[in-house]
Design a protein around this ligand. Structure first.
Ligand code: PEP
Ligand code: MG
Length: 560
């Protein structure tokens, strides 16, 4: 029996076989020639490789539905694209090996599609994906991307990139385990959004043999091979309990009736609809950059207004907190960010792009105002990565010029938390972004599994920054609301601490709403305040988490 331990980032207990995510295909050496072959043999090799890839993609498409099916069918078509194969054959005639020829042809076709813009440009990634698949096939390597299986499995990887997840089917994958990645990494965010148990930073799991049966405990952060009776009972109990958690319908309160509005983090109208169905009272974070991640050019005001309006209309009587474009670091937008910056997480990102690309923010606010004009949702607007009271004042001024009456800021840079009173005097509300607040307070990259212990919102420094923000907001005026929209709000035990510290609203992945509501409803406000005091007094993150969890027996009962 082997055990692996990492950081549990999404609760749940499951048993199933593991499949490894194949590594990226490396580029065949430039100038590689075919030897001991002929033009005919090399072109035939390429043709049969492409055909096999197409067949494989078609059979995978037949197994799935919805977006995943569409993505796989489009990629299958691309594998037989005459232009792609013709460009590769021309290179083979000139002596280039089939692997190198298809690699270069892929780049040529991708560049051409990019030049055409619009829908064609969006196919660029499909061409590059298919050419990597053909190279893998020619070299006898496993195909890149999510592996296919006819039975549900646990996906193991070093880490998952957003692009890897396009075809991730939550009916097929029952848990995610990675050897790298921190609690705020894409894998963690995605797992919570899909409601999949997940453990990150578990060293060695990317080397477990395919097919090995594993027990994954996403709350405890442990993975075990050869599960026994105890683990089988735990997995069966979790399946039952997760069904009972699916009944949340909104209006969260503590045991003594203190209201805690639970809102959702969304990146599109489709996300918003799912959030409403899961009981969200509104949106606490609309990540507008997610609407335009595939764009090379600034979206027009009309395009933006349409995307925002789709979200506003899902909550006609609720609140929607829209965040202006947070481009940079792991979310580059070619029309706003400089990809050559040496240290993008500390670079011109979020609100700072107003200095390098003036006007984009103003046009975005115009689009928000247009979308909000006859929508009935209560629209609040906030800026990401605000570091000073001056920036908060300038943002409030821009909002007011656009006719938007409720400006706010994300508090995710420690300087904003430390000067919360003066920052909050400039705006109506703050939303704590604990993902970035943690990475900046601890100087620990949120994507790095090796730093997961530092990159932990339970760290005393982060808890104190949250408290400073709440206290600063209270000192700035009674009407200043403070919410939390970082991933930490989705951890039910941390949510209790946040409420105990005086946070007004919590925003999270829709999937986390029911569990957070269930745990909050098990404590009174005074109990939450007491647990918050214990967390603040703890000497380290482990003790803070441990003592709060010990005070919340419902977590064990619900398997959270
Ligand atoms: C955060 O930093 O906590 C946050 C919510 O923003 P993002 O994860 O989009 O950076
Ligand atoms: Mg952030």
């Amino acid at each position: 029996m082997s055990t692996f331990s990492g950081v549990g980032v999404s609760p749940g207990r499951v048993i199933g076989p593991v499949l490894q995510m194949p590594g990226a295909v490396s580029e065949p050496p430039a100038g590689e020639k075919w030897v001991e072959s002929t033009v005919d043999a090399e072109t035939a090799r390429l043709k049969s490789g492409a055909k096999n890839v197409q067949g494989e993609l078609r059979s995978r498409a037949a197994l799935v539905s919805g977006d995943a099916k569409a993505v796989l069918e489009a990629t299958a078509l691309m594998a037989a694209d005459p232009m792609l194969l013709k460009s590769a054959n021309t290179l083979i005639v000139a002596g280039t090996s089939a692997e190198r020829a298809i690699w270069e042809a892929g780049i040529q076709v991708a560049d051409m599609l990019k030049g055409l813009g619009g829908y064609m440009a969006e196919r660029t990634q499909d061409v590059l994906d298919v050419r990597s698949r053909i190279v893998a096939e020619l070299l006898g390597l496993p195909a890149p991307g999510i592996p296919a299986s006819d039975r549900p499995f646990i996906l193991a990887a070093e880490d998952l990139a957003p692009a890897d997840t396009a075809t991730l089917d939550p009916d097929q994958i029952i848990a995610l385990i990675t050897s790298s990645g921190g609690p705020q990494s894409h894998t963690a965010i995605l797992a919570r959004a899909l409601g999949l148990p997940a453990v990150v930073a578990a060293v060695g799991v990317d080397r477990i043999e395919d097919g090995t049966e594993l027990f994954v405990d996403g709350a405890a952060g442990t993975i075990l091979s050869e599960p026994g009776d105890m683990e089988r009972t735990a997995a069966a109990t979790w399946t039952e309990q997760s069904k009972s958690l699916a009944t949340y319908t909104g209006q969260c309160t503590t045991a003594d009736g203190h209201r805690v509005p639970l809102l959702a983090n969304v990146g599109s109208g489709a996300d918003a609809r799912k959030a409403a169905a899961a009981g969200a009272e509104g949106v606490g974070l609309l990540r507008t950059e997610f609407c335009f991640l595939d764009r090379d050019t600034e979206p027009t005001i009309a395009e933006q207004a349409a995307a925002y309006r789709e979200v506003f209309d899902v909550f006609p009587t609720g609140k929607v907190v829209l965040r202006t474009l947070d481009a940079g670091a792991d979310k580059p937008l070619p029309f706003l960010t400089d990809s050559t910056e040496p240290n993008p997480a500390l670079g011109v990102r979020g609100y700072r792009t107003e200095t390098t690309s003036p006007g984009v923010l103003g046009r975005q606010l115009e689009a928000v105002a247009e979308a909000a004009r006859d929508a009935s949702a209560e629209v609040w607007v906030m800026a990401p990565m605000v570091a000073t009271a001056d920036e908060a004042r300038q943002f409030a001024h821009l909002c007011s010029a656009a006719g938007l009456t409720t400006p706010g800021v994300m508090v995710e840079v420690p300087s904003a938390a430390l000067t919360a009173e003066s920052v909050l005097k400039q705006v109506s509300f703050a939303s704590l972004g604990t993902n970035d607040l943690t990475q900046y307070a601890m100087a620990a990259d949120r994507q790095l599994g090796a730093l997961a212990n530092l990159n932990d919102p339970w760290q005393p420094a982060v808890l104190h920054l949250v408290k400073l923000t709440v206290d600063g907001a209270a000192a700035a005026g009674a009407e200043k609301s403070v919410g939390v929209c970082g991933e930490a709000a989705a951890d039910p035990a941390f949510a209790v601490v946040l409420v105990g510290l005086g946070v007004d609203t919590l925003s999270m992945s829709a999937r986390a709403l029911a569990a957070v509501a269930a745990v909050l409803s098990s404590v009174t406000l005074a109990e939450a305040q007491d647990l918050a005091r214990q967390a603040l007094a703890a000497p380290n993150a482990l003790d803070a988490r441990g003592s709060v969890r010990a005070g919340l027996p419902i977590l064990e009962t619900l398997g959270l």
